[in-house]
Design a binder for this molecule. Structure first.
Ligand code: MN
Ligand code: MN
Ligand code: MN
Length: 280
């Protein structure tokens, strides 16, 4: 079988809508051979996903997507191939989960002050996970305060909007160190999505490599050919491994499909290049 990699996806353990086992089965049906589960600041779904993967012959890459504050901006760092039992990683993520629960309470309060009492709805949609902005977006739609989740983000949940809360996440070097201590590879997620200039990104690549980061996503579900060209050039320049990931959150996002990603541009080393037993 042709290998098909998708190294960025979410389950109900964070803000995805499929349970870990459902996600894995869905990925296998879509022809994905190597799937990374990368829930936000959470590895609780890895065991269930790994068990499901064994059942359907898919290779599950244990992963996580860590929220980072770097030079006043929120960035996401994906850890691939982490050991979910690692105590340092687990302790770090527990701290971030605590922050996520506190943030959700304060977001609910702020929206309620504007007459949008959707806290309980968002908590219900999160089903035990810390309610994320995605859950608030869905709740705001269900309660009729927004047309669709994108609209909810634009109107209410973006920086400067009533439901937005400035949060100080993990420092870049700290998040990368958790990933490394847990035996994983640290990868910058969806670099084209940050409001960074080319020189800002260059600073990020240098700072990231200095603290042990090894790669970046080059191909994401919503990358345009130009994004891919720009990031591929920078990955080559800064000698970063290339990753690919759909950032799948569930079938409701009809424009994102598991495994439907452009190939890694020629000349780059894929992040799986040195994984044991994996074809390139
Ligand atoms: Mn998400
Ligand atoms: Mn992300
Ligand atoms: Mn993601």
């Amino acid at each position: 079988m042709q290998p098909l990699y998708d190294l960025h996806s979410h389950s109900t353990c964070s803000d995805g809508t499929l349970a870990p086992a459902e996600l894995v089965n869905h990925a296998a049906d879509a022809g994905v051979t190597h799937l990374a589960l990368t829930d936000h600041d959470c590895i609780d779904g890895v065991a269930e996903a790994a068990a499901a993967a064994r059942g359907c012959g898919l290779h599950l890459v244990p992963g996580v997507e860590i929220s980072v504050t770097w030079q006043g901006q929120t960035l996401h760092v994906v850890g691939l191939g982490i050991d979910p039992a690692n105590a340092i990683l687990r302790e770090g993520l527990a701290g971030l989960q605590q922050q996520r629960h506190e943030r959700a309470e304060r977001m609910a309060d702020r929206l309620a002050l504007k007459g949008m009492d959707v806290g309980a709805l968002a908590t219900g949609l999160a089903g035990g996970a810390a309610p994320a902005r995605t859950h608030f977006a869905r709740a705001l739609c269900q309660a009729g305060f927004a047309r669709d989740p994108q609209h909810a983000f634009r109107k209410l949940l973006r920086r400067g909007k009533p439901g937005y809360l400035e949060t100080r996440w993990a420092a870049l070097d700290v998040a990368v160190s958790w990933i490394i201590r847990a035996g994983g590879q640290a990868i910058i997620a969806h670099p084209h999505r940050y409001p960074l200039s080319a020189s800002g990104r260059h600073r990020l690549w240098r700072g990231f490599k200095d603290v042990g980061g090894v790669g970046t996503e080059v191909v994401c579900a919503n990358s345009t050919p130009m994004h891919i060209r720009v990031i591929a050039r920078e990955a080559a320049l800064f000698e970063l491994l290339a990753s690919v990931g759909s950032d799948y959150h569930g079938p409701e996002q009809r424009w994102v499909r598991l495994g439907q990603l452009a190939p890694v541009p020629a000349g780059l080393t894929p992040v799986w290049g040195h994984w044991p037993g994996t074809p390139s």
